[in-house]
Design a protein around this ligand. Structure first.
Ligand code: BG6
Length: 497
């Protein structure tokens, strides 16, 4: 299905996100003939440059990001870039929005595009308060000719519950909730969407998908990258707000949600919101035993020496910001009561890996020796990235005398499903937003519920900035070996810090 003809305006067009993600994703959509028939992009930012200069820079960026070198692809890229325009103006200043308005009117006339506009805020978060209001002041948040308006907002969506509510309020006073698309790129990942299909298109998993058969769930999302050149942003947010409040909580929601009444955006988002509302908010006492935060020190990644977090650019030399979180979450509802969800995430760790492990309960009696004695042999492992795959582990007898058990694995690898390379998350999400499908975007109530869970933790850390902050060597597996966490040894680990 093709989206309606429209113009996409990208605010923050000279930034990183535009050239690393947005334009490459649009080019991929263009190559697969998925863009609307009549379509134009307007990049808007403060940097003065002509459309030609902008196109030339983007040509270099996109071919580097997508590793394009052959002639036919390069010429396709040049064709795509003809759809891309650039204007510079001060987005702080409402008066200057006239420049954008005129450009839109010009392109609509020139290419016979109806008045359907989608705005993408790829800007620093400080601009989220300003751009929607300025669009409203200039009457650009509504169409007088019956066209559509949409706005896509990048994370961080708020800094805490209060700021998220303020931002929601502001957005809802300028756009209708159905026109607001809060992006979480984890929901654009193929493997993440497949959690829904795995759960709701197969009869064999659902009867087991509850506290009676599941022992615990682990969600691991580790990175080798440090804060790169994002120190200024990261030192304020830390891992809890950067990864947990959004990406990892979305993964939890997909694993834990009830089957929706129907597979439409609102029914799915209703179920996601219910999971967040059921998250157990820890008392200060409980928190001590269930959350560990860490910060990376100097170390080696791929045999290359890297600096510690406190020496990163734009990071305070005495910063207590966490770059690592290990945490046990509980969902207080009938399906999950008493079943722990463990999450681990951090920067500058040994490997880049995002994985969900469902640990099933053991058999009531253990007859055999070998790998499955003493613990369950059954795990369902959903590997989100890299090497996307799903594996089911179980015990089988080793050939020969006796009954010695070995854990074996039934593996499915995504690259056997289709010849095509998996689309980047932004391709799917941009296309969905253009189509007006909000299934994979966060809704305001879910978002606010997630902040209600996060806020008390941040408040506690604010009161005691350095208390219990663990340190770990860059290139290691975190403050202590990850496999220890599931053994409910948080108290023990804490003593190590
Ligand atoms: C971003 C965070 O949202 O997600 C980054 O701000 C993080 O700090 C990134 O590196 C991880 O995304 P991915 O897709 O590489 O797992």
């Amino acid at each position: 299905k093709k989206a309606e003809n429209q113009i996409l305006v990208i605010f923050g067009a000279s930034g990183d996100l535009t050239h690393r993600k947005l334009l490459p994703a649009l080019f991929e959509l263009y190559s697969r003939d998925l863009l609307p028939e009549k379509f134009q992009v307007i990049g808007a930012a403060r940097t003065p440059q002509s459309t030609d200069e902008f196109r030339n820079k983007q040509q270099a960026f996109i071919s580097e990001v997508l590793k394009i070198s052959d002639y036919s692809q390069l010429s396709k890229l040049a064709d795509f870039l003809q759809l891309v325009n650039y204007i510079d103006f001060d987005t702080d200043d409402a008066k200057q929005y006239q420049i954008l308005k005129e450009k839109i009117i010009f392109l609509e006339k020139e290419y016979n595009i109806p008045d359907n506009i989608i705005y993408y805020l790829a800007t620093p978060p400080a601009m989220y308060d300003i751009i929607p209001i300025n669009l409203q002041k200039c009457g650009m948040n509504v169409s007088l000719s019956g066209g559509s308006r949409k706005i896509i907002i990048e994370k961080p969506f708020g800094y805490d519950l209060e700021s998220a509510q303020r931002l929601n309020h502001l957005l809802e006073s300028t756009f209708h909730e159905s026109e607001i698309f809060r992006i979480d790129h984890y929901l654009g990942k193929e493997t993440v969407q497949n959690i829904l299909v795995l759960r709701f298109s197969n009869g064999i998993f659902e009867p087991l998908w509850n506290r009676n058969y599941i022992d615990s769930i682990e969600i691991i999302s580790t990175e080798t990258l440090g804060v790169e050149n994002r120190g200024k942003y990261y030192d304020i947010v830390g891992a809890l707000r950067d990864m947990v409040q959004n990406h990892l909580m979305q993964l939890i929601a997909f694993i834990a949600m009830e089957p929706p009444a129907t597979f439409d955006p609102e029914s799915i988002r209703d179920e996601i919101a219910k999971v967040f509302k059921a998250l157990h908010v820890y008392s200060p006492e409980e928190r001590v035993h269930n959350i560990i935060r860490g910060q990376y020190m100097e170390g080696n990644i791929d045999e290359k020496k890297v600096i510690g977090y406190r020496r990163e650019k734009n990071v305070a030399p005495n910063s207590n910001t966490e770059t690592y979180i290990a945490m046990k979450l509980m969902i207080d509802n009938w399906r999950w009561g008493g079943i722990p969800f463990f999450i681990y995430t951090g920067k500058r760790l040994k490997e880049k890996r995002t994985e969900i492990i469902i640990h099933f309960k053991s058999t009531p009696q253990q007859f055999f020796i070998g790998q499955c004695s003493g613990s369950s042999c059954n795990q369902l492992i959903i590997k989100v990235q890299p090497d996307e795959s799903i594996s089911l582990k179980f015990g089988l007898k080793i050939p020969g005398a006796g009954f010695e058990v070995k854990q074996v694995s039934m593996d499915f690898k995504y690259n056997t499903l289709s010849e095509e390379k998996l689309p980047d998350a932004y391709e799917r999400l941009l296309l969905d937003a253009m189509l007006g499908d909000s299934t994979l975007f966060s809704r305001n109530d879910a978002l606010e519920a997630s902040w209600k869970f996060i806020d008390p933790i941040e408040e506690e850390w604010k009161k005691h900035p350095s208390k219990d902050l663990c340190y770990y060597k860059a290139g290691s597996t975190g403050p202590t070996i990850i496999s220890n966490f599931r053994e409910q040894t948080f108290r023990y680990i804490r003593n190590e810090c």
